[in-house]
Design a protein around this ligand. Sequence first.
Ligand code: GLU
Length: 476
Amino acid sequence: MQPSNEPSFRDSVDIMFNRAVALMDLPPGLEEKIRVCNATYTVRFGVRLRGKIQTFTGYRSVHSEHMEPVKGGIRYSLGVNQNEVEALAALMTYKCALVEAPFGGSKGGLCIDPRDYDDHELELITRRFAYELIKRDMINPAQNVPAPDMGTGEREMAWIADQYKRMNTTDINGVACVTGKPTHAGGIQGRTEATGRGVQYALHAFFRDGMGLDKAGLKGPLRDKRVIVQGLGNVGYHAAKFLSEEDGCRITAIIERDGALHDEGGLDVEAVYQWIAKHGTITGYPDATLEADGARLLENDCDVLIPAALEGVINLGNAERIKAPLVIEAANGPVTAGADEILRDKGTVIVPDMYANAGGVTVSYFEWVKNLSHIRFGRMQRRQEEARHQLIVDELERLSADSGIGWQLSPNFKEKYLRGAGELELVRSGLDDTMSTAYESMAQVWHGREDVRDLRTAAYLVSIDKVAASYRAKGL
Ligand code: GLU
């Protein structure tokens, strides 16, 4: 629970925005234009379920249309309200600008607990919500393109895309009206893992930054670092899995709704995930210590803390006790403005949400481009690339044989080198490049300006600058 003297999520985002613009020299009035949310649409609709009409409340908020379409997920949760979708829409604007995804910011939500409904009921509710948004162009490939968020996934996106197609039968780009679809319904490989993968790439970028590591009081490499993850949903699961299986990090705690699992030797992320999928709870998991008061483990000793669930989990009530020298915000808004201040004063380095979790929207961008171009990435080049690599390998082997040196290319090298990049490799490469480039742009400001003490302010400066430039280009 957040203490009651905490500002709302929307105010928290504005406080952080204001802190950054105070260091900028924007034309009068532009600061206000960028900060405010352009519009928020509230819809109430009825669906006949279990013999009676049930009324649902949904939102779609558009923060900034300096670029269109606007982009951002649709969340299903009982906590959804106008304040929350507006805060999240604002973060989408800054996030897209920072990673150069050519979108304005938007966010939507439906106030339901999806676990209360079966698949068929959820389909009816989703299609009806989509219908309400589509008929007002709030889902449209050229204007507003939703994606998954908390409580939604591929399945809901496929229903939305299909609903759009039913209502716009001649729109050849209809499938681009939403991203995060399954691959058999116009999706792209690597989208489901994208946000978690982006968190991993963000940590790689941070661990390449010697000055950043010094500021956090950490030393490389990433291998063997003790990591605490809060929330084993899509984002937390993929981030924890890749960090432990590929980078050799030790996941020392996993915090969930119903408690936390703890093992200083490192938890088996896949085993925990499978346990939760099977039993619906972490309770009873055999290979770790169970802590009933899960949130307390946020305060445990570790090298990296990854809040990957809800907003506001690090707040005035616990910020002082957070020991991690590095917090990477896989969720949106997990650190309140007040907590941010406390952590900054303590010297904790925070890799901010608008950067850390931008992997999702980055790969959404790739999916949208794929949909508009109507061709899978790599389809034209892959075989040609393989043929050219084969030429080099053949030539090297011939030279080696003819000269009598007798060098042998290792089968592992040949296998890797000869395989042309498919869609998944290209998506990961594009994501890695995006995350490194965006990190460098933030780090330049963070290390280069004396008046910028933290990465969040640096991230805001970079992204507001881009949004402002695009407003200026429009003559506003
Ligand atoms: N919901 C995700 C986010 O908060 C993804 C948005 C998108 O792909 O448009 O960034």
